[in-house]
Design a protein around this ligand. Sequence first.
Ligand SMILES: Nc1ncnc2c1ncn2[C@@H]1O[C@H](COP(=O)(O)OP(=O)(O)OP(=O)(O)O)[C@@H](O)[C@H]1O
Ligand SMILES: [Mg+2]
Length: 240
Amino acid sequence: MLEVRHLSAGYGVTEILHDISFEVRPGEVLAVCGPNGAGKSTLLRVLARQVRTSAGSISYRGRSLLGDSPSRVVTRGVALCPENRRVFPRMSTEANLRLGAYTRSDRSAITADVERYLAAWPVIERRRHSPAGLLSGGEQQILAIGRAMMSRPSLLLLDEPSLGLAPVLIDQVYEGLKDLVAGNDMSVLLVEQNVTKALELCDRITVLTEGRIVFAADAGATGPDEVGSHYFARSGGTPA
Ligand SMILES: Nc1ncnc2c1ncn2[C@@H]1O[C@H](COP(=O)(O)OP(=O)(O)OP(=O)(O)O)[C@@H](O)[C@H]1O
Ligand SMILES: [Mg+2]
């Protein structure tokens, strides 16, 4: 469904991602782990067409994404839930959710999707009219994921959903993610530093270090120690 071949990208003259190739299959959760600064968020921003590429190709459902604007990418079914759960703090919880449907015009279906998401998450439903900035960190993460879901993605790009959350909240967010993956016909590209949690959710896992994919394995065939051992490896991995 998503095929990335020999992708290089960065900011200005600084190349961050070097010759990356991988694919995400239909219905699969592919995790990308790796140390700080490896380029994980940059990779998701490239796929959301917020960062330009300097080489390579990105094919989504058989057609290139490279000429598409960020909003066109959303229309094609690719949604980014960015790092640090960027909700709009002064807007209400419900208004934040509705923002995620900005590329859609089917008003009654949008309302139904908003209600369904809120019904699944009583902790944010109770605060639907409150400013999103008053939600706890975990609640804001659930809201940010919901906002991305409002475009009805077939590929969800999820950037570090556990970041900055207490363990009990991480467990809650991941339980919610498992339900979302089970209940929706979509693939997920999951960027996650918490390898244990990533392995609970993903089908395959890769390690990105210094802008290169250095390791890829089926989730059932590896473990946190092996994945972690590749964090500071410089090369020698297999492409995903
Ligand atoms: N807007 C930007 N302009 C210039 N350089 C940037 C920009 N955003 C990120 N970088 C640089 O790109 C590199 C990769 O950053 P990126 O945020 O993709 O890493 P990451 O793997 O997501 O790290 P983390 O785990 O800390 O979130 C870093 O060296 C960073 O300083
Ligand atoms: Mg990041």
